[in-house]
Ligand binder design. Structure first.
Ligand SMILES: C[S@@+](CC[C@H](N)C(=O)[O-])C[C@H]1O[C@@H](n2cnc3c(N)ncnc32)[C@H](O)[C@@H]1O
Length: 274
């Protein structure tokens, strides 16, 4: 067991859930000093405490031991032959093509690419696409889709909380993913995306927003209680210094999981205008 890594996982998950060290200690009937020692790597949690600790942090013992930092149930959803989100590309892909048509091989990053339908579509159109997702099953299907369509996409498994781009991109795209980012981390996250966008490049993003008239999606399970819908308009604020090509809020019907429900979504396509 990697002591420091386990401490980092505990600290990260605790903060994602908005818990203080004291609160976590309270759940476990231990002192906050014990939590503090785990988090700074000077002590291990007792092995008998791991299942309770994992439950308190809404994660797994494996994740605490550093084998995986986030659990989602998307792996289960993607373990079928069918494509959970279908194969029709997101309409944002067409908006991207209007603003930066693939007259040259623009570099695209698709964050949380799922089973790869958008990444593969953009690659077919002539973009150079890098795409990642936390779900291994999603990435495997995405690779298969790319192969069926005879395109190269740099697909890999990664966690948005760990991944830091090592290059700039012309287009950073993400659909239906950023609600996994806790409110306190969003400004910095968007800033990092902006810093990794080339001059005149674009960020094409959408986020689920909370509205009093939209109830929770029926296919969101307990493991995904850590979904954090954004405040209406919040995304737009982080890009106030870029040029807006598209800035909209829509309520739409969704049938994921086979149960009809509604979502409200803010969509932004903003350009690093120079
Ligand atoms: C609603 S799906 C959207 C998938 C894809 N963008 C699409 O529109 O078809 C959300 C995706 O976010 C991924 N995801 C969730 N948490 C993640 C994380 N921490 N890092 C990377 N991807 C994550 C899930 O595995 C899932 O594929």
């Amino acid at each position: 067991m990697n002591n420091v890594k386990t401490g980092e996982v505990i600290s990260k998950r605790r903060k994602e859930l908005g818990l203080t060290q004291n609160q976590l200690a309270g759940f476990l009937n231990i002192s906050f000093q014990a939590v503090s020692k785990w988090e700074n790597g000077t002590a291990y949690p007792d092995i008998a405490l791991l299942p309770k600790l994992a439950a308190a942090l809404n994660t797994t013992v494996d994740a605490l031991l550093g084998y995986s930092s986030v659990i989602t149930d998307y792996d289960n959803r993607y373990c079928t032959k069918e494509y959970y989100w279908g194969l029709v590309p997101n309409h944002i892909c067409y908006d991207i093509m209007k603003i930066l048509p693939p007259i040259k091989s623009y570099r695209v990053l698709d964050i949380g690419c799922g089973e790869g339908k958008d990444a593969v579509f953009l690659a077919k159109c002539g973009y150079t696409v890098t795409a990642f997702d936390i779900s291994e099953a999603g990435i495997e299907k995405a690779k298969e889709l790319a192969s069926q369509n005879k395109v190269n996409v740099n697909f890999f498994k990664a966690d948005i909380f760990d991944y830091r781009p090592d290059t700039v991109f012309d287009i950073i795209f993400s659909s239906g993913v950023f609600h996994f980012i806790p409110p306190g981390e969003r400004k910095e996250f968007c800033q990092s995306l902006k810093e990794h966008t080339a001059d005149d490049g674009i960020n094409a993003l959408n986020v689920f927003v909370k509205k009093p008239f939209i109830s929770r999606a029926p296919d969101s399970t307990q493991t995904e209680d850590k979904r954090h819908p954004w405040r209406s308009g919040e995304l737009f604020g982080y890009y106030h210094d870029w040029l807006f090509h598209l800035c909209s809020e829509n309520v739409f019907d969704c049938n994921s999981g086979g149960i009809p429900h509604k979502h409200c979504m803010d969509t932004l396509i903003a350009q690093n205008y120079k």
